[in-house]
Design a protein around this ligand. Structure first.
Ligand code: ADP
Ligand code: MG
Length: 246
């Protein structure tokens, strides 16, 4: 694919935590509309990679560009760039003293300078899209885990991001709530959103991923289509991982 369609370009990235090499020469491009699912054992660097993309972690060497702009170049405004990257965490990270609706409207009003009435109309539409508009005036503590995560996804979407980053969005959920969150993510994928998703949900990976990235010990071990990954991998580290989880 052409360079122009690359939304994210990660090249030769290293990240250390003291002596620990959390990212070891990682390179990966993500194209417009692509769904990349990142899987791998605990501690393999998946979160560090996602967090490096919006500079929640600072890399030690290599480059990461988003929409052609180097995120570590001080000439680029990282806060402006972050507005185009929605992030959804395992732990929801909703603002506890704001209603569901306010969780969605705060950033668009403050950062995108959207008029309040317009922000509220948009927020209600997004809450409806994730199936939770009847809870618009409720505080996060009154929501189930699945509902909280759907609000968190809607909140990220309220900024009209160019890409959505998901870090184990269903890992903190009771099993019966996983489906409702995955359904929202599948819908987003079908609508053409560019997505990078760290998950252990192999059904989702199979169904949605254009490419699966397998990480181990800070390295990208292999990248392939779901079929290549689940059925044709010859890589011993991938085989070992799959034998443990499938
Ligand atoms: P994953 O998301 O695949 O489970 P992480 O990216 O969270 O892995 O972590 C990769 C490695 O970096 C792990 O060994 C982890 O303990 C370490 N690590 C992550 N964040 C920090 C941190 N802030 N300080 C020190 N070590 C960290
Ligand atoms: Mg992680």
């Amino acid at each position: 694919m052409s360079d122009a369609s690359k939304i994210i370009s990660i090249a030769n990235v290293y990240k250390f935590f003291g002596p620990l090499k959390a990212l070891n020469n990682v390179s990966l491009d993500i194209h417009a509309g692509e769904k990349v699912v990142i899987i791998g054992p605990s501690g393999s660097g998946k979160s560090t990679l996602l967090r490096s993309i919006n500079r929640l972690e600072t890399i030690d060497s290599g480059t990461i560009t988003v929409d052609g702009k180097d995120i570590n170049d001080s000439k680029n405004d990282i806060n402006a760039m972050r507005m185009d990257m929605g992030m959804v965490f395992q732990s929801f990270n909703l603002f506890p003293h704001r209603t569901a609706l306010e969780n969605l409207t705060m950033a668009p009003i403050k950062l995108r300078k959207m008029p309040r009435d317009k922000a509220e109309t948009m927020a209600m539409a997004l809450l409806k899209k994730v199936g939770i508009d009847e809870k618009s005036s409720v505080y996060p503590a009154q929501l189930s885990g699945g509902q909280k995560q759907r609000v968190a996804i809607a909140r990220a979407l309220a900024m009209s991001p160019k890409i959505m980053l998901f870090d184990e969005p269903t890992s903190a959920l009771d099993p019966e709530m996983i489906g409702e969150v995955l359904d929202v993510m599948v819908t987003l994928a079908r609508e053409g959103m560019t997505m990078a998703v760290v998950t252990h949900e192999m059904g989702f990976a199979r169904e949605v991923a254009d490419r699966i990235v397998f990480m181990d010990q800070g390295e990208i071990v292999e990248v392939g289509t779901p079929q290549q990954f689940f059925e044709q991998t010859r890589h011993p580290r991938t085989q070992k991982f799959l034998s443990q989880i499938l």
